[in-house]
Design a protein around this ligand. Structure first.
Ligand code: ADP
Length: 470
């Protein structure tokens, strides 16, 4: 996987985003321009028509009141006052004879013959006369007056066409500017949007190249989707890094811890081989020792793996509601024979049956380790008490004995892997039981405490979250 892959992906995505952004920008700007243009053109056309119509109605009134002189007077008054643009006015008698004609010079190119066609006797009708070779038209409104005189008022669209042409030029320039702004804006926006993804890809690449989990994605704290992705990615890297470190540490520990029993195994085998004894019993004994030692190694390996799994958080815990009294009763039954053989009294005091959320078999393993120790280290005639109670949000288990207790100097170390008290060496054991107890209890988000005074026994107390809402 080369660096170009990430770059190519980011660039392709960036180019696609940029193009879409620019197209969207251009499309919406064009739509806006077209709508504005159409609205402007139609409102200008409407304005012209309104002017023609109102002038026609005004002149008709003048003509009705004072005849042709009054109309001429009104027209010259309008022109003198420059009240509006110059208008075309034509008055024809009933026999189509033009009696008054006001045609601004610049409009002389219009072919006015369509105006001679008669129209409806009442109301206003419109005639559009195109100017040859241009898009201009002369819009003329016509109406018959009461005495049959035909009054026609018109206006050329020239001014409007020129205005719209200027407006089109302005719009064309504006669109070019909009396209440039859209393309630049799109490029900048895409760049800043793609930045977090580019950084993410960079971090992945660094990790792939170096094999180390130290690189992190810069997080701005803006809480947008990409920022959250970066934060989650960092959290995932933290988790992976701690798991990998835990696994490495566990592997180192296991390798280190297995060295002694493996050396012992090898020594037994070597001694037997070097003895060159004729007696097969010597070899048989050596093989039996090897078998015993290898069983210890395998037990140790299993326990070490359990401890590692629990400590690194990869141990699968099938949590379920567990009745504390029930599980203590089962554990007591399991150790009843061993305790009886040894002459140790094993009692149970868990009356109210609190319920704890825990992995049943792992909790059983924890209690078994503590009870096994208590029975193992308590001399004949001693007493081991099992208790359970509810204390706040915790279910508390206690395994208390009245044995020799644990020397003060040993107390801080008994939970260390492979640590065994001096006085305990005569008893069977691997020195891993309490480490496993602590790792499993912590994996359940609980804690384990020990109190002890020499010759006054030891009490191990587990605090496990009950899992109920208080
Ligand atoms: P192991 O019992 O195999 O030696 P553990 O991890 O279970 O290993 O215990 C570590 C040490 O703690 C023991 O070697 C012993 O010295 C001390 N210990 C544990 N439980 C008791 C107890 N109930 N009474 C006295 N000492 C104990």
């Amino acid at each position: 996987m080369s660096s170009t892959w990430h770059e190519r992906t980011a660039n392709t995505l960036g180019a696609r985003l940029g193009t879409w952004y620019a197209l969207l920008f251009l499309g919406s700007s064009l739509a806006l321009v077209v709508v504005t243009y159409v609205l402007l053109a139609s409102s200008l056309a409407q304005r012209d028509r309104d002017l023609i119509r109102s002038t026609l109605v005004g002149y008709a009134g003048q003509f009705q009141q004072g005849g042709l002189p009054a109309l001429e007077n009104a027209i010259s008054n309008d022109q003198a006052a420059a009240r509006h643009e110059r208008l075309f006015v034509r008055v024809s008698s009933g026999g189509q004879e033009v009696v008054f004609y006001n045609l601004p010079g610049e409009w002389s190119e219009f072919d006015l013959s369509p105006l001679d066609r008669p129209g409806p006797r009442t109301g206003i009708w419109w005639t559009d006369i195109p100017r040859h070779g241009t898009s201009e038209v002369l819009e003329v409104a016509s109406t018959y007056l009461a005495d049959g005189t035909l009054l026609q008022v018109g206006k050329s669209s020239e001014t409007r066409v020129e205005m719209l042409a200027r407006f089109r030029n302005v719009l064309a320039v504006a669109i070019v500017l909009v396209v440039v702004a859209g393309a630049v804006g799109g490029a900048l926006l895409t760049r800043s949007t793609m930045q977090p993804l580019r950084q993410l890809a960079g971090v992945v690449q660094t990790i792939l190249q170096t094999g180390r989990f130290e690189a992190r994605v810069p997080v701005q704290g803006t809480r947008d989707a990409l920022d959250q992705l970066g934060a989650l990615f960092n959290a995932m890297l933290d988790r992976i890094a701690s798991l990998v470190a835990g696994m490495r540490g566990s592997l180192d520990n296991v390798a280190h811890d297995l060295r002694t029993p493996m050396t012992r195994l090898r020594a037994i085998a070597e001694r037997a081989l070097e003895s060159r004894a004729d007696d097969p019993q010597v070899y048989r004994d050596a093989l039996a020792d090897c078998l015993e030692e290898s069983e210890r190694v395998s037990e140790m390996l299993n326990t070490l793996m359990d401890i590692s799994e629990a400590e690194t958080g990869v141990m699968r815990l099938a949590s379920e509601p567990v009745d504390a009294t029930d599980i203590l009763r089962d554990a007591r039954e399991l150790y009843a024979d061993v305790a009886e053989d040894k002459g140790v009294e094993l009692t149970l005091d868990a009356p109210d049956g609190p319920v704890v959320m825990a992995d049943r078999s792992r909790l059983r393993q924890v209690l078994a380790n503590l009870i096994d120790n208590a029975v193992k280290y308590t001399p004949r005639g001693g007493h081991v008490a099992l208790r359970a109670r509810l204390a706040g949000d915790d279910v508390v288990f206690e395994v208390a004995d009245d044995g020799p207790g644990i020397p003060a100097e040993d107390l801080p170390r008994i939970f260390d892997r492979l640590y065994r008290g001096d006085r305990s060496r005569s008893e069977r054991g691997l020195g891993l039981g309490l480490s496993l107890v602590r790792a499993i209890v912590q994996a359940h988000h609980g804690r384990v405490e020990v109190t002890s005074a020499p010759d006054h026994g030891a009490t191990f107390t587990l605090y496990l979250p009950s899992g109920r809402q208080s």
